[in-house]
Design a binder for this molecule. Sequence first.
Ligand SMILES: C[S@@+](CC[C@H](N)C(=O)[O-])C[C@H]1O[C@@H](n2cnc3c(N)ncnc32)[C@H](O)[C@@H]1O
Length: 287
Amino acid sequence: MARATKRKVPVTSSSKQPSASGSSNPHSSRTLIRRFHVLLKRQTQLRKEPTNASNKQTLAAVDKEIEELGGLSAYQRMSTIGQGSDRGGGSEKILVEWLKDLGWDDVKGRSKHRLLEVGALKPDNYSSCSSWLDVQPIDLHSQHPSILEQDFLLMDAMHHQGKWDLISLSLVVNFVPDANDRGRMLQLAHRMLRRDGLLFLALPLPCVTNSRYTTFEHLRALMEMIGFTQLQERWKPGGRMAYWLYRKAEPPTTPRDHRFQKKTVLRQGNRNNFAILLQLTSASPPA
Ligand SMILES: C[S@@+](CC[C@H](N)C(=O)[O-])C[C@H]1O[C@@H](n2cnc3c(N)ncnc32)[C@H](O)[C@@H]1O
């Protein structure tokens, strides 16, 4: 039994090597990644609850397990393995292909496009595009001096407003344990993009194909509610990943759609609970 005094937030510390992650086996990588997601979600829930002896003890046990798995470093290592084995490389290949289709690689003497790469495991994912992309990689836990250690959710929205041509959220939204924070992440990305800027989103396919609360249609409508127009979508049946490219547009001026404010069951049965929620502001009280 974990001691109640044990503290704190080991998930952002590098700490020990995990026993489970010693292997580069993709199956054990996925198992570890899934376990991390469960533990992070539990950790977030417990931190929001009023503190009492039982809650403290459970939180200490969760913290301990995260630490024993190797903390965020182990998670990142497993994700790098997943990147290679599951996807035949990183998501950036798909994004670069889409950008080239849009002619973004032809800057014709203009300044390069500014890309904010959120959740960067490596500093050089876009090195082949250095003549037309100016990349700022960030991560909660930087693994390289060129990767800025920064929580995207804590970035100054005023300072960054309209600053970026392109933001990449590849396997980051699903990492965020809280459904409201996921929505906030997408809304913040919208704010930080310049007019007509692009958002690249990548999620594990089951987040949309096997979720109780999310479907392709629902995600599309939610993104439109934030003010994103879908330009591209890619996934294949039986695949592991889904990718989207959106263009920043004006959010709709019509009354807010309040089905995005709380979880609504869209599919019955044995499903996962992936959800994204929006805190709708402005003069639109719930109907
Ligand atoms: C599964 S890895 C994805 C890495 C890579 N983008 C990919 O597509 O393979 C998720 C990364 O996102 C980072 N991350 C999660 N939430 C973040 C946040 N709020 N700000 C910055 N980085 C974050 C994690 O630290 C982790 O390194």
